[in-house]
Ligand binder design. Structure first.
Ligand SMILES: [Zn+2]
Ligand SMILES: [Zn+2]
Ligand SMILES: [Zn+2]
Ligand SMILES: [Zn+2]
Ligand SMILES: [Zn+2]
Ligand SMILES: [Zn+2]
Ligand SMILES: [Zn+2]
Length: 333
């Protein structure tokens, strides 16, 4: 007899919990029955109910195109989706967190699936309702919280608070966490972390705005140095590249390249793909001109800068031209 009782309980715990997860009401009905089922009729009715619940859950899962977990998986982060971000195109493949990241950090308001620009999205856990079914007038939609910078209407204010908290520059260290100490921006938070906690955040990562302020990793001074220099090979991040002229690091190669093109010099006479040779300042470039090309030595031309030629002949031509001009200007000489 005892064996049968155990079996019944085990069955309920295993299969039953799955069904309870699927249906929202499952949690409430769980505590309803206390003792083991005494009459066979009771047992069959419970089994029927359980089967119904399981079938419904399976059907729901199948409808979502996901056999294992009842929830959809985000096409970007692969996490189960709790909240959808539904725009005019009604795509529901990406989670609200990824959509908020794109809209706020990357300034990208296009739907990931169809690339349609979405002025506003509705953040909701109900994917069955279309965007059009929410009566949106400008920044108004009945009962929903409007997040203006994101252009997003939140059905669940708690979820909105969650997202808003990520954007805050909050110190989460030690006693500060209890006080929920907040700062106006990441710069102030960085100063505070350095002074009061001897911790650092990477301001290059912060400035690149690929992470929420709250997500920025906290480093010890040694770790921060390593992060900048070597990065994290496990994630494929190889550190922030440095300009060897200024000893300054940049977020990525493209920022470093931009800096080299604007703040330093490159020789236009050398072939463009010749190992990307840069020169710290014009004096260094001029030295290269003198050594490798044909620089006009006249004071006037040196002052004008970049008067340099590919061949000796070109330089001679230039000199002759200058002489002719001078003679025209001062005919008496
Ligand atoms: Zn996601
Ligand atoms: Zn779309
Ligand atoms: Zn603190
Ligand atoms: Zn960094
Ligand atoms: Zn530099
Ligand atoms: Zn050159
Ligand atoms: Zn000249």
């Amino acid at each position: 007899m005892s064996g049968r009782g155990k079996g019944g309980k085990g069955g309920k715990g295993g299969k039953g919990s799955n069904a309870a997860k699927g249906s929202k009401g499952g949690k409430g009905s769980k505590g309803g029955k206390g003792g083991p089922p005494s009459t066979p009729e009771h047992v069959t009715r419970q089994r029927e109910l359980l089967e119904q619940q399981q079938k419904a859950a399976a059907a729901a899962a199948a409808a979502m195109g996901d056999g294992e977990d009842e929830r959809d998986t985000c096409a970007i982060c692969c996490d189960p989706i709790d909240h959808y971000a539904i725009g005019e195109c009604d795509h529901t493949e990406v989670c609200s967190m990824c959509v908020m990241r794109l809209r706020l950090l990357f300034g990208d308001r296009a739907c990931v699936m169809c690339k349609r620009e979405l002025d506003s999205v509705v953040i909701t856990d109900d994917k069955s309702k279309t965007y059009a079914s929410y009566q949106i007038y400008g920044d108004h939609a009945g009962g929903m919280v409007f997040d203006e910078p994101a252009g997003a209407f939140f059905k669940d204010p708690e979820h909105h608070a969650e997202v808003a908290a990520l954007r805050q520059a909050t110190c989460c260290e030690g006693s500060c966490a209890a006080q929920n100490k907040r700062f106006a921006n990441v710069e102030f938070l960085e100063k505070h972390l350095r002074r009061d906690h001897k911790l650092g955040v990477c301001m290059l990562c912060a400035a690149a705005k690929r992470m929420w302020p709250a997500e920025l990793p906290r480093f010890t001074p040694k770790e921060l140095e390593k992060h900048k220099k070597e990065g994290d090979p496990a994630t494929g991040f190889e550190g922030h590249p440095m300009c060897k002229f200024c000893n300054t690091r940049f977020f990525s190669d493209s920022e470093l390249y931009k800096h080299l093109r604007t703040d330093h010099y490159v020789c236009d006479l050398c072939p463009p793909n010749s190992a990307n040779q840069y020169y710290k300042d014009y004096a260094a470039l001029e030295k290269h001109f003198k050594n490798r090309h044909f620089l006009c030595p006249e004071a006037e031309c040196r002052q004008a800068r970049h008067v340099v030629f590919r061949t000796e002949l070109d330089l001679q031509g230039h000199k002759a031209g200058v002489r002719r001009k001078r003679q025209r200007r001062e005919p008496t000489k």
